[in-house]
Design a protein around this ligand. Structure first.
Ligand SMILES: [Zn+2]
Ligand SMILES: [Zn+2]
Length: 489
């Protein structure tokens, strides 16, 4: 038995001054210990020195393979000119990598406001395939080696979007060795722990018909220090059933992204004469959702613009509402939501799986969203409005797109650019614990600190119910299934 003591313990949505210890037996919390309770000398005692103990934080939507892979790749997020991008690539090349992944490129931060062209990429990486990916993942550019080796690219444009973007990314990622793939998930698990998480929902698949290395990772799940809740990111329902999955989808795309002008809007963008792209028609989605429901599979679909959210929500709405609610079908991202669309979502029974950090990074009247969409930035990432209409809010990083960092994510929810869309701290914490556990149908055993619940705990140095500086927050200890899996005290 492990006895954690001298701690602030988050229980019933508050820190109870009388509750200062927890007793853990194997993988379960067996006793909440109050100040006057007797302590047995047989217990292994861990003094937490006044730290803050939360239910293990859960991230409801991540791309752990790409994220883990890119941790050994080249991060371009700090670059501010084409020259810097090229120098950074040149200085970061490692001999042992067969393919080079440069990621988190944001042309908005670059003085020239453009992507590097193929010749520029060739000048720093002539001998190996290199893929440079936009920060949101919805567009990329290749050097000549990559262009020559990747089959089936349709467009001759240097900037690849939509299908070509997916094809290029997936081809390189599909051709890695098993050891490189497992290594990527190990990197991802470490990033999750450091960010304060015990459980991470993640998808594996090419967002078309292939479930890629799903079996490999499923068979190695007990080797990782966090729980990866896997589901196939594909349209292949038969394979999903064979894999034993209970959920299907993820970033299977109804539309693209706002940064890439491909999120599907009912009205044109402000800075480009386009309404974005609906990748499939209504019938396609209705058929897919109906087929998945016939097999009792929970469905998750990427939809960002109001036209795409309307399309996917309408596909859910053609199903029995009680079934949508029971399965907990997901509108992933759910970013642009006028009031009328919020009413539609409330009626369908779908869940919004959203990304607090998107508002932190790109919201507000001078952010990317306002640049792309004008005043419509005000009706984006509406945590409070959706929640007020009874729609369940689940939160996530969409990592690799934004960091898995619980402090940043909670801060973003509590300090939304639009004051009307802020969540109270306890609601923000709930969205990353109880709600995300509920999304995975595990609410009876995970997501709160209670006797009989699984001993997944995130021990932080900060009280998130008070004002805090997210940059300074540290994860001190992570306990997973009753075991210490991360210790940075
Ligand atoms: Zn997505
Ligand atoms: Zn995603």
């Amino acid at each position: 038995m492990i006895y954690l003591y001298n701690a602030h313990i988050y229980h019933n949505a508050k820190f109870d001054a009388q509750l200062s210890g927890l007793l853990i037996d194997k993988d379960r919390i067996v006793k909440l210990c109050f100040n006057n309770d007797k302590v047995s000398h047989n217990w292994e005692k861990i003094n937490l020195n006044g730290a803050y103990v939360y239910p293990g934080f859960i991230d409801a939507h991540t791309h752990c393979f790409s994220g883990g892979l890119y941790l050994s790749g080249i991060d371009l997020s700090e670059c501010t000119s084409i020259k810097e991008v090229l120098e950074h690539i040149s200085n970061s090349l490692k001999n042992n990598q067969q393919y080079i992944f440069a990621w988190r490129f944001d042309e908005e931060k670059i003085a020239e406001k453009r992507f590097p062209n193929r010749q520029e990429l060739n000048s720093v990486c002539p001998d190996r395939p290199l893929l440079l990916r936009r920060i949101d993942g919805h567009s990329c550019v290749l050097n000549s080696k990559a262009r020559a080796i990747i089959p089936g690219l349709k467009s001759s444009n240097e900037i690849l979007i939509a299908e070509d973007n997916d094809r290029a990314v997936n081809w390189l990622q599909d051709n890695l060795s098993e050891a490189e793939i497992i290594e990527a998930y190990k990197n991802a698990a470490q990033a999750a722990l450091k960010g304060g998480f015990t459980t991470v929902h993640t998808m594996i698949g090419d967002a078309q018909m292939s479930n890629q290395h799903y079996k490999l990772v499923r068979d190695h799940l007990n080797e990782f220090p966090v729980s990866f809740e896997l589901y196939p990111q594909s349209f292949n329902i038969r394979d999903a059933l064979e894999l034993g999955a209970k959920r299907i989808g993820g970033c299977i795309l109804a539309d693209g992204s706002i940064g890439s002008h491909t999120a599907a809007m009912t009205l044109p963008y402000k800075d480009k004469n386009t309404r974005g792209i609906l990748y499939h028609n209504d019938e396609f989605w209705q058929e897919f959702v109906a087929q998945a429901h016939k097999e009792h599979l929970q469905v998750a679909v990427h939809c960002i613009g109001d036209a795409a959210i309307h399309q996917i929500n309408s596909a859910y709405a053609t199903q029995d509402r009680e079934e949508v609610k029971e399965l907990r079908d997901e509108l992933i991202h759910c970013e642009v939501t006028p009031d009328s669309l919020i009413q539609e979502i409330a009626k369908s029974g779908a869940v919004a799986v959203m990304q607090p950090a998107f508002d932190l990074l790109w919201g507000g009247n001078s952010g990317l969203y306002s640049e792309r969409l004008g005043d419509r930035y005000k009706i984006m990432n509406r945590f409070q409005s959706l929640s007020r209409q009874g729609i369940s809010i689940c939160s996530s990083s969409d990592w690799y797109v934004t960091d898995m960092n619980i402090a940043m994510s909670l801060y973003a929810l509590i300090h939304h650019h639009n004051p009307q869309e802020k969540l109270e701290p306890i609601e923000a914490i709930k969205s990353y614990t109880e709600n995300n556990s509920w999304l995975n149908h595990t609410e009876d055993s995970l997501g709160i600190i209670e006797e009989g619940y699984i001993a997944d705990l995130s021990v932080m140095d900060t009280d998130f119910t008070k004002l805090f500086d997210w940059n300074k927050v540290r994860t001190l200890l992570i306990i997973k299934d009753g075991n210490i899996v991360y210790d940075d005290r």
